[in-house]
Write a protein that binds this ligand. Structure first.
Ligand code: DC
Length: 238
């Protein structure tokens, strides 16, 4: 289905999608954006790129992080999304395409850790808010409906059981040729959930007015139908 909502009658809105890691937020958000002609922004990619930069600079290792350096330098890291021919966007870090490098388990962990830092969150939230000035945007992350766009017209909180998410994550990593063990991936999913929900800076929370989609037992099509329904309800009720 292709919904052309880019016209005078239907004002553009902001769609904020939050939820646990490996829930399929990005796939769902990207598909909606494409259907309705909106811009899609994957904020996790921004935290991942900052983590990659910190690793390269030696400010971060699997068990340590130089918080002061990161806080002082985060404003000078250049992050940019560039559209590919197929309509998807790649993450660029200081002009370099890092889309593949940021998708490893190591960078998932790095992003989760670097995202606990207030200075990093403030800088990335500032950049994300600028991206939404013209609306017509679908943004996914952990704090989009609560911090980045608390006034978003449509907020969705996506969830699924940790076991189902670990299975999906494992398939993705295997497909990329990474050697992974289910128990480790599950432990990693739970560790990230714990960190995302319990950090003091903008912890992952469902916004009070967010609509919940639990996709544990939903097919991708059913999930997309539900999101499309919510989107249409929102734009037509305005
Ligand atoms: O969505 P993802 O797995 O690519 O996100 C990577 C990490 O970044 C995740 O552990 C939490 C963090 N993150 C965040 O704190 N806030 C966001 N808006 C997006 C991601």
């Amino acid at each position: 289905m292709n919904l052309n909502v880019d016209n005078e009658l239907m004002k553009k809105i902001i769609v904020a999608i939050d939820g646990f890691s490996s829930c399929g937020k990005s796939t769902m958000a990207r598909a909606l954006a494409r259907e309705v002609g909106y811009v899609y922004v994957d904020t996790g990619a921004m935290y991942r790129a900052v983590a990659l930069y910190c690793y390269r600079k030696g400010w971060m290792s699997p068990d340590a992080m130089d918080e002061q350096q990161i806080a002082e330098q985060v404003g000078s890291i250049q992050l940019e999304f560039k559209l590919r021919d197929d309509g998807n966007a790649d993450m660029y870090l200081n002009g370099e395409n890092v889309e593949t490098e940021i998708r490893t388990l190591e960078m998932s962990n790095g992003a989760s850790r670097v995202s606990t830092l207030g200075a990093v969150r403030r800088e990335l939230v500032r950049q994300q808010q600028l991206m939404g000035l013209k609306k017509g945007i679908v943004m996914d992350g952990r704090d989009i409906g609560t911090v980045v766009f608390p006034e978003a017209e449509l907020k969705v909180f996506l969830t699924a059981s940790a076991e189902v998410r670990a299975q999906r994550r494992m398939q993705e990593l295997l497909a990329k040729g990474e050697t992974v063990v289910y128990a480790e991936v599950l432990a990693n999913v739970k560790e990230r959930d714990d960190r995302d929900q319990n950090r003091s800076e903008s912890p992952l929370r469902k916004a009070h007015d967010a609509k919940v989609i639990d996709n544990t037992d939903l097919t991708p099509d059913q999930q997309q139908d539900r999101l499309r329904e919510l989107f249409l309800e929102t734009v037509t009720s305005r």
